[in-house]
Design a protein around this ligand. Structure first.
Ligand code: MN
Length: 232
């Protein structure tokens, strides 16, 4: 039996509707600028040729229903409500059809963002890691199996902060559809079970405050809920 010098990192896993077994998260990929209205509100051009990505460490996962202490080092943490796709089969250099067949489940997620640090990184042409990757900054709801959810289409995606709607769109507004994203990402990674993709946020992103209650919903999926707590 292998011995370790210290306890290996905790596995972050998600509940799956109708299953007792949980879905262990391996990698978290995120798509940038996948809704035209959000790209516009951030002052960016839309690239329809191909999606682009950033990642969050698996340790960034916070399960829905918890408290996210206000992330350190930022004065401007934003919410980004997103549709999350969880893979259930290996995918590498896949066609869109094969990519679609590898989707295990969907969920609601919040790509919490230290906007001030992300903007500073953009200004200096530096990577976004400090803006995007932080403890608890990938808040993920329970998963719903793809067969139960059906095809991605006109489902409403929206976010309420303290009961007030802040983001409101349709999944069909995505520039790059889910199979196209997976097929493209599979040009660069041997994707597989445990890998999840946050597929980008609609317009209406904005700052959160300590004490805020965020509830993100997509028609047909369990919501993602989080409360912003005092900085740890
Ligand atoms: Mn995002």
């Amino acid at each position: 039996m292998t011995s370790y010098l210290f306890e290996p990192p905790k596995i972050h896993a998600l509940a799956v509707e109708g299953e007792t077994a949980r879905y262990p998260v391996a990698r978290v990929f995120c798509v940038g600028r996948n809704y035209a209205a959000h790209a516009a509100e951030m002052g960016n051009e839309v690239d329809r040729e191909a999606p682009f990505y950033f990642t969050k460490s698996p340790q960034a996962v916070l399960e829905s229903g918890g408290v996210l202490p206000y992330p350190p080092g930022s004065q401007d943490v934003h919410h980004e409500m997103e549709c999350v796709v969880a893979l259930g089969a290996p995918v590498f250099r896949a066609s869109e059809q094969d990519a679609a067949g590898a989707i295990y489940a969907y969920g609601c997620g919040l790509d919490m963002t230290r906007r001030d640090l992300q903007q500073a990184a953009k200004d200096k042409r530096r990577p976004w890691d400090l803006g995007k990757d932080g403890e608890g900054m990938a808040v993920l709801g329970p998963l719903t199996k793809a067969a139960s959810f059906g095809a991605v289409g006109a489902q409403r995606i929206h976010l309420e902060v303290n009961g007030e709607v802040r983001q409101d769109a349709r999944l069909a507004d995505m520039i790059h559809g889910v199979p196209a994203i997976i097929a493209n990402l599979s040009l660069y990674y041997h994707l597989g079970p445990g890998d999840i993709i946050m597929t980008g946020t609609p317009a209406g992103v904005g700052p959160v405050c300590v004490g805020d209650r965020l509830e993100g919903k997509i028609e047909g999926l369990a919501p993602v809920i989080v409360e912003i707590g005092e900085a740890a």
